[in-house]
Design a protein around this ligand. Structure first.
Ligand SMILES: *Cc1c(COP(=O)(O)O)cnc(C)c1O
Length: 430
């Protein structure tokens, strides 16, 4: 490949990997082992002292996971990545790598449900407060900053209305206050949006969704852009001697090539190592398989979703449709600026007749699977008001932006005629 940086498509297939030097295996081997033998007492001591990188124990790192980490680093254009047991674990580990009791974070309010609960209910019990702001108003992030703020958090495309975050505008606010911008890129994947180029300092992805792409495994990963300077004393976890790691001060004591990735190193050696939500190498292997075809699948997901959105926009039984690719969508301006290759695989719409009609529509589907996941090759549907959000009152649901008629579709890779035919048939039953 010479000296030129390989293209995105090439990196989805070859990034981080080369044939195994011992066995010459072309496929990435799955290293099913808990632990690795030390070459000598000195080697062991160097590994533990971070003087030398190498494998110790699979909770901390595993060669199969490392191929996945290096591949995602290449695709996101970052400096280092850390895989975790789930997207949720990657997000939790990211927050506690940076913030501790007494600190605050600022987050867009249009979040994945599990992340909302983490920020709204679990972090406060650990002493970390979240200020929720409106993703559509970058100045609301600015207004929420206090001396206690440690990071800003957004999703590239959020729930439930699929509003697209203006990452460059929000990154400007983060830069002005010298705060790291953490972006959840799950709904776009690096194929649709390279969040680091758009201004993110840290990117998290749930591997469970489009990166895996087949609904077969749970995993997550976080990528450090390698550009954030943690030496401001506000970031106490990077500046005080860390009891979790030999009294190391992450922003001060590391040589510059490592202090660049201080976030990724602390993420691995503190929460990943000591809270323990590591990714199994078997699952890492599934995600490597998924990545190889990411650039082939994402355009088709986007193409099929756009066709579905256009079909629903013209259907008398759909009261409204949201898809960032529709010219009339409120997010279309931002989306066309940031998502140059397509608008993703999610479509949400309202069924005329409210909650009962929504349930009836779901019952009428047969190609679509009724389940709580997104980003599968198979088309999926969910009626949140009667399932994932049914414990909330109708008023609480409305506050979360969720109307009783809302149906969420994750558009798969089947023939578009069959996808639309299934929707047509289910709408006819309403
Ligand atoms: C699914 C998802 C998560 C959580 O990931 P898991 O792998 O299910 O833990 C986080 N953010 C977004 C946007 C998601 O879609």
């Amino acid at each position: 490949m010479g000296h030129k940086k390989p293209g995105f498509e090439t990196s989805t297939i070859h990034g981080g990997a080369s044939p195994d030097p011992t066995t010459l295996s072309r496929g990435v081997p799955i290293h099913r082992t808990s632990s690795f033998v030390f070459k000598s007492a000195e080697h062991a001591a160097n590994l533990f002292a971070l003087k030398e990188f190498g494998n110790i124990y699979s909770r901390l790192g595993n060669p199969t996971n490392e191929v996945l980490e290096n591949r995602v680093t290449a695709l996101e254009g970052g400096a280092a990545s850390v895989a975790a047991a789930s997207g949720t674990a990657a997000i939790f580990n990211t927050i506690v790598t940076i913030a501790k009791a007494g600190d605050e974070i600022i987050s867009a309010s249009n979040l994945y449900g599990g992340t909302y609960t983490l920020f709204d209910a679990i972090l406060p019990d650990l002493g970390i407060e979240t200020k929720f702001v409106d993703v559509l108003d970058p100045s609301s992030f600015d207004k929420a900053v206090t001396a206690k703020t440690r990071l800003i958090y957004v999703e590239t495309i959020g729930n439930p209305a699929l509003d697209v975050a203006d990452i460059p505008a929000i990154a400007k606010v983060a830069k002005r206050h010298h705060l790291p911008l953490v972006v959840d890129g799950t709904f776009t994947t690096p194929w649709l949006e390279r969040s680091i180029e758009a201004g993110a300092d840290i990117v998290v992805n749930s591997l469970t969704k489009w990166i895996g792409g087949h609904g077969t495994a749970i995993g997550g990963i976080v990528t450090d852009a390698g550009s954030f300077d943690w030496s401001d004393p506000r970031f106490e976890l990077f500046n005080r001697p860390d009891k979790n790691y030999h009294g190391l001060r992450w922003a001060i004591d590391l040589p510059s090539e490592l202090s660049k990735i201080a976030f990724a190193l602390r993420n691995r050696t503190v929460p990943l190592r000591n809270i323990g939500a590591c990714l199994s190498p078997d699952n890492a292997w599934f995600f490597l398989q998924g990545l190889e075809t990411l650039h082939v699948r994402m355009p088709r997901h986007s193409e099929n979703a756009l066709a579905v959105a256009e079909f629903l926009a013209g259907h008398p039984k759909a009261s409204w449709v949201r898809y960032p690719g529709l010219a009339k969508d409120p997010s279309h301006e931002v989306a066309s600026r940031l998502l140059k290759k397509g608008f993703g695989g999610m479509v949400v719409f309202g069924v005329k007749g409210g909650r009962a009609a929504g349930e009836k529509f779901i019952e009428g589907l047969s190609l679509f699977s009724h389940l709580a996941n997104v980003g599968d090759a198979k088309s999926l549907a969910l009626h949140p008001a009667s399932t994932s959000h049914s414990q909330l009152t109708e008023e609480q649901q409305r506050e979360a932006g969720l109307t009783p008629d809302l149906v969420r579709l994750s558009i798969g890779l089947e023939s578009i005629e069959d996808i639309i035919g299934d929707l047509e048939k289910a709408l006819a039953k309403v």
